[in-house]
Structures are given as C-alpha cells and as structure tokens.
Design a protein around this ligand. Sequence first.
Ligand SMILES: *Cc1c(COP(=O)(O)O)cnc(C)c1O
Length: 356
Amino acid sequence: MINVTKTFLPPQTEYQAILKQAWDTGWMTNRGVLVKKLENQLRNYLKTPNILAMTNGTLPLQIAIKALKLKGDIVTTPFSYVATTSSIVWEGCTPVFVDIHPEYLTIDENQIEAAITPSTKAILATHVFGNPCNVEVIDTIAKKHNLKVIYDAAHCFGVTYKGQSIFNYGDVSTCSFHATKLFHTGEGGALFCKQTYFDSMFHHHNFGHDGTENFHCLGINAKMSEPQAAMGLSVFPYIDFILEQRKIIVDIYDKAFVNTNLQLLRLRDFTNWNYSYYPVIFKDQSQLFKVINALEKVGIYPRRYFYPCLNNLPYVVKEIMPFAESLSSRIICLPLFVGLTVSELTLIAETLKKNL
Ligand SMILES: *Cc1c(COP(=O)(O)O)cnc(C)c1O
C-alpha cells in the first residue's frame, strides 16, 4: 500500500541518543535544552530571526489571532487545510472568504480589497503546497487598510521567496511539524513573527506567565516538549537529503506528465520551492474519480487535498467561491516521500495517464 505520504524516520539509535540527554537531566518540557537547540538550528538553517517552537501547527495560528487582539472579520482563503478556518472561528472571529488564483492556487490578491469592510482586521492566507501568496500586493493592501497579515505557512519548511525565508513575510507566519509534513517532530510546529510581537507570542504560548507567580495576559499551553524536539533534532541532519530526494521524485512526475492535459502547480517566480506536495488537477470530478479508482486498484492511495472547500464548513456562513469549489472537486496530491522507488513512481504515473 502506498499512501500520499510516509513519515521520514531517522535511525532509531540516533533519536534515542538525543532523547537520552533529556533522560540524563530528567527535564521533559518547559523549554529544555533540546527545544532551545532545535530552535537555534532552525533559526540558522531557515535564516529567520524570531522562532518559537510549539506543540503543533494549529496553536500558533490561534495564538497569532489572540495575541494580535483581532476581533471581527478576517479575510482568508477557502483552499487550505481546515485548521486555517477553524482557528479563526475558534478565536471568535469571522472568516470572510476570497476566491483563489486559478494557477497559483493561493488567495487571489486582486479580489481581496472588494472583501474589506470596516470590520476587517486581518488577512490570513495560506502559502498552499509551499507556493507563496503574492506577498507584496498583500502587504500593500494591508498597509493601506491597516490590517495585520498572518500566513499559514504549514507547508513551507525551507521555502524562500526572493532570497529570504518565506516565514519572514507578514506579521506572523506559522509552520507545522506534523508527521505528515516534510520536516517533522511527530506533532509539532512553530511560530515566526516580527520582533515587536515576539514577547507577546511567547507569553501567550506559556499560559501568560510572567515568572512563576505573575501573569502578563491570558495564555494557553502550546510549548513543544523535549521528546518532540528530540525527534526534530534527529530528523534535522537529513533535511537536505529529504529535499534532494523529493526533488528527484518531482522531476520524475514532471517528466511523466509533460504531454498530458493535466494542470500542474504553477510556482510563483522567485520561489525556491521545497517539493512538499505534488498536486494534479483534472478537467472534471469524474476524471478524478476514475483515476482514484484505478490507483486504488493497484494499492495507491492519493489524497484529495483540499476537499471540501472551507467555505462549505458547517460552522461558517456559506459564500460561493466558484473557482475554489471547482478546483477542490478536481485536485489530488500524488504520493511524495523519501523512499518511493522508480518502479512505484512509474506505476503511479502510468496508471494515472491511462485513465485520463
Ligand atoms: C498541517 C496543516 C495545519 C495544521 O498543522 P498541525 O501541526 O497538524 O496542527 C495547518 N494548516 C495547514 C495548511 C496544514 O496543512
């Protein structure tokens, strides 16, 4: 059975050797040496100044909304994982959806201004599949209307845009280190932000503590634990290998699909991508079902990322998003992980092409 992804695991002995450091100190959480070491390694590798490791990739979204004191409407994309929208609603704000660009699949920056009202407080957009949003136009709109910008950069580990980490754009960016993501800590994530927000983000992720007996603010517990950091530290030395292997797979798929009518992801110019997902877009949903059935018959299980569209969630006010809804009915992500063999890739590509 071949799934859309498979967690990269380093040799167990390497994980255990790092974990032993936590055993030796008896320190399991509350920002121990391993969490701090992981943050340092990631800060240097990603070239991003302000990083805060967290226990998953969803809490940083909620903390960003809370700590930026957003109350009202947040303009957002309907084409993302559910956590993007659920975080907005969880924090008592209202998502206002804007349709996506037909080729880049990120929020259509040209439709954002029409959605802005006096209640709009922020833009929360997803760099979907690691493909950057139009960060320049979004920045201009945000400045003009005095809005905060949060990027759900869950897919973006290692992505750079115009030579800088994509995490350096916007007021806050978040990443997921979930086991299904290309760099992982089992469960885990991180928040990246402008320097001015860092202390507030920190307090919010640690119960609001100001020392042991005082409190700055309302907070929650989003701290990454030492065992999570140990996993990250044992995966980290393999990150360049992981990225290289993923590139090889993406190149094989690209070559296989050259003369087909499949729509593939269009990357924004000036992007150094991370090969995080391989989406393929069919002409209609019946073609999608035909391909999925054929792949499942040979033991291959792609995923419908992302379906359904988030504007159809039961807890939001339904707005029609013509392109995003059409797209989400026609798109799947193909298996992409370290260890896929050339013969497996050939089987996937040939099975898919035979059913177009
Ligand atoms: C994975 C993901 C999240 C959530 O991250 P977790 O670490 O699973 O909490 C949020 N947004 C997007 C776009 C994701 O793909």
